[in-house]
Write a protein that binds this ligand. Sequence first.
Ligand SMILES: NC(=O)c1ccc[n+]([C@@H]2O[C@H](COP(=O)([O-])OP(=O)(O)OC[C@H]3O[C@@H](n4cnc5c(N)ncnc54)[C@H](OP(=O)(O)O)[C@@H]3O)[C@@H](O)[C@H]2O)c1
Length: 287
Amino acid sequence: MVISCKGLIHLTSGRNVLITGASRGLGEAIAREFGKTGANLILVARSGERLAALAEELGAFAVAADLADPEAGAAVLRAARERVERLDVLVNNAAMVGPIGKFWENDAAAWAETLQVNLLAPAALMRGAIPWMGAGGGGVIVNLSGGGATAPRPNFSAYATAKAGLVRLSETLAVEAAELGVRIHCVAPGAMNTEMLEAVLRAAPEAAGGEYGKAVVQKEKGGDDPAVAARLIAFLASDEVRGVTGRLISAKWDPWETMGEWGAELAGTDIYTLRRIVPEERGKKFE
Ligand SMILES: NC(=O)c1ccc[n+]([C@@H]2O[C@H](COP(=O)([O-])OP(=O)(O)OC[C@H]3O[C@@H](n4cnc5c(N)ncnc54)[C@H](OP(=O)(O)O)[C@@H]3O)[C@@H](O)[C@H]2O)c1
C-alpha cells in the first residue's frame, strides 16, 4: 500500500516518467538520467527517507510504497494521477533477489513474495499504465530483465521465474498495446555491484551455488556501470527508436547506440526475443 507521498513535482514541459525501485542502485541512475532530459519524475520505493532525499534533489515526486502488497501497483498509479495528467514512461525496475537455495527448501511465502514484487507488481502497473498512456497518445514501458530470464539460474528459482515471466509478458503486451501507441521493452542491465549483489554475498555459499563464486569475483573486480543501462533505458524511451517494440536489449552486449540506424529491420523478426532453440540451430538433426 502507499505509505506516503513526498515532494512537490516541479512540472515542466518534459515527459512524465514513473520509475520503481528508484531509491538506490540502477533505479537511482535511471532517475538521474531522465532527470537530465527535463522529465517530471515520479519515484517509487519503500525507503521513504532515502527516496525523499533523492526526490528533493531531483525535484521529483516520491511515492513510498511496498510492491509486495498486491494493492500497491494500483495505489501508486492513483497517487501519480493526482500529480500528472499523462504518463509517458514507466520503468519497472524494483525487484528483490528472493529466496536463495534449492527450490524445495525455499520458504514458500518468500518465493511467492518474489513473484509478487518482480512480476505481479510490474503487471499491475502496466495494467493501469497502458490505457492511461494510450489515452494520452502513447508511451513507453521498460521492464528490467535479469539472470534467469534467458537461461536457468539454479538456486534462484523465484527470481528467474519472475524475470522470464516478465520478459514474455512484455513481448505479449507489446503486441497488444501497439494499437495504443505504447511500446514495451525489456533491458538486461549487466552485472552491477548494487545491493542485489550484497544479498547474494550474504547468502550461505552452498545455498547460492555457482552464483556465489561469481558474486565474489564481481565484487572484487567491480561490476558494470548502472549509468550505461540507464542511458539505454532513456534511449529506448526516446523518439529515435519509435518503430521498435517488444525487444529484450542488453546494455552490455548489444550495439544499441546505433539502433536508430537498424531498428526498423527488427520488425517481423524474432531478434532480441525469447524463443525455443531447435536442434538445427546447434548443428544437430534428430530423426
Ligand atoms: N544488480 C545486478 O547485477 C542486476 C542484474 C540484472 C538485472 N538487475 C535488475 O535491475 C533492477 C535494479 O536492481 P539493482 O541491482 O539496482 O537492485 P537494488 O540496488 O537492490 O535496488 C532495488 C530497488 O528496488 C526497490 N524495492 C525492492 N523491493 C521493493 C518493494 N517490495 N517495494 C518497492 N520497492 C522495492 C528498492 O528500494 P527499497 O528497498 O527502498 O524498497 C531499490 O530501490 C532489478 O529489476 C534487478 O532485477 C540487476
